[in-house]
Ligand binder design. Structure first.
Ligand SMILES: [Zn+2]
Ligand SMILES: [Zn+2]
Length: 444
């Protein structure tokens, strides 16, 4: 069967608008709209039928009736009237079998979309189409019945049509992979829902004080509800790196909430110095996303002066969060101040440097974190160790190592759970009294 015969078969059985007829041949011809395809098919069929009718072939009249009734084709109507011996059969409802004529609502729904997005800042969007099940099922059956091989789905055409119109009206770009917003449209019920995708900003932070956790530390007694143990704050520490960074972000974006992702974490009593630790802040449902990051950086640093500092803020995406988590085991540099029980000998410093540089450390989960971590043995590599004496019983040790090495236990030995260790190597009980992270080495 050629495409004219197929088209006529389809119309004979079902009322179809220009778009829905044309869509069954969407892969034929290039740079055409489906309504043009459908209209052209109906037009040629009208001309052919008109020729037959003029030579008094009843088939011609019959086809013209089909085109007028089920094709809603005015030219077929006019031809029948002009031929004079039949009156056209009317289809008053003119409801297309496949799209229920909801393509007529395009402009109305687009106006609805524009109202819904007017308060939002976004650069890119995606139009997502939600169809009633009956519509999808009907189309599947229709395509099977006529063995449609060149067609496009109604969902696809709606998506394309809405995408194009919304882009024209808003000046924003359609983006399939990482759109700022997804506009969910049910063209049949004229429903519009906006899904605002999260905003991600990447940066590095320094923690300049001790006794501050990286993230909110909820009171274990009340689990955040507030009790007299935590002074009804719900928290064990009044501030955290996360809170100090999140608050200005939430204010600037007018978002719903934030999540803080960092590449590893330092202990509460450990400072994070040097070039800082990479983090990503994720803002849920931001209303503003065109941020002046340099200004925001200044705001955060002014508000948290002496406590934390952020730098290198830049726009990011979900992939950056993944990269950040993967990089937790990247190289780190630490500085630990060690207090010894007995006096240090000159040879001790050399011994430590030689024994620990380029060494694989076997470390069982430290006793202090055993309550929340599985008890297993990890192997972490130390690339370089440098030791400097500060006083007769005090030294400063710089360690460049694989991420994940517990430094405090490297010093004490943790009752033999870390081997080798500073206490054991020197036979001199050693305690870490201050620890700083100097560098987190990661390409961000
Ligand atoms: Zn239709
Ligand atoms: Zn409490």
């Amino acid at each position: 069967m050629d495409i004219f015969e197929t088209s006529l078969e389809m119309l004979r059985k079902y009322p179809l608008c220009d778009r829905c007829l044309g869509r069954q041949f969407a892969m034929l011809g290039y740079n055409l709209e489906n309504f043009e395809r459908g209209r052209s098919l109906k037009l040629v069929l009208t001309l052919q039928a008109s020729a037959l009718a003029q030579s008094r072939n009843e088939k011609g009249h019959d086809t013209l009736q089909v085109l007028a009734k089920n094709g809603f084709f005015l030219h077929a109507n006019a031809t029948i009237v002009q031929l004079g011996n039949h009156s056209p059969s009317q289809n008053d409802s003119e409801i297309c079998y496949l799209c229920e004529s909801s393509f007529k609502n395009l402009d109305k729904v687009v106006r609805n979309v524009l109202r819904n997005v007017s308060e939002l800042e976004y650069a890119t969007f995606l139009a997502g189409i939600i169809l009633p099940i009956r519509v999808e099922e009907r189309e599947d059956e229709f395509r099977a019945e006529f063995q449609v091989n060149y067609g496009e789905s109604v969902k696809h055409e709606f998506g394309r049509s809405f995408g194009k119109r919304i882009a024209e009206k808003t000046g924003k770009a359609v983006e399939f992979m990482n759109p700022d917003i997804v506009i969910l449209i049910n063209p049949f019920e004229e429903n519009v829902k906006i899904q605002v995708n999260p905003l991600f900003v990447l940066g590095r932070y320094k923690k300049l004080v001790r006794d501050m956790p990286q993230s909110i530390w909820f009171c274990s007694n009340c689990r955040g509800k507030g009790c007299d143990k935590c002074d009804f704050t719900g928290k064990l520490y009044s501030e955290s790196v996360e809170e100090l960074i999140s608050k200005p972000f939430l204010e600037a974006t007018k978002g719903e909430k934030t999540s803080f992702h960092a590449s590893g974490r330092e202990d509460i009593d450990v400072r994070m110095l040097g070039n800082g630790r990479p983090f990503v802040i994720e803002v849920t449902k931001p209303k503003k996303r065109f941020l002046d990051l340099a200004a925001l950086e200044r705001t955060i640093n002014n508000c948290s002066k002496g406590k934390i500092e952020v730098m290198n803020l830049r726009n990011a995406n979900r992939d950056d969060v993944r990269r950040l988590k993967k990089a937790e085991s990247s190289r780190k540099e630490y500085r630990v101040t060690i207090k010894f029980k007995d006096d240090l000998k000159d040879t001790d410093l050399v011994l430590l440097e030689e024994a620990l540089t380029n060494t694989l450390i076997k470390q069982r989960t430290p006793l202090r974190v055993l309550h929340r971590r599985a008890d297993l043995t990890r192997e972490r590599y130390i690339y370089e160790v440098k030791v400097k004496r500060c006083s007769s019983k005090k030294a400063e040790m710089d360690i460049l190592c694989q991420g994940g090495l517990y430094i405090k236990e490297l010093v004490t030995g943790d009752e033999g759970r870390t081997a080798c260790n500073v206490s054991g190597l020197l036979g001199n009980e050693a305690k870490p009294i201050q620890l700083d992270v100097l560098r987190v080495i990661m390409n961000t």
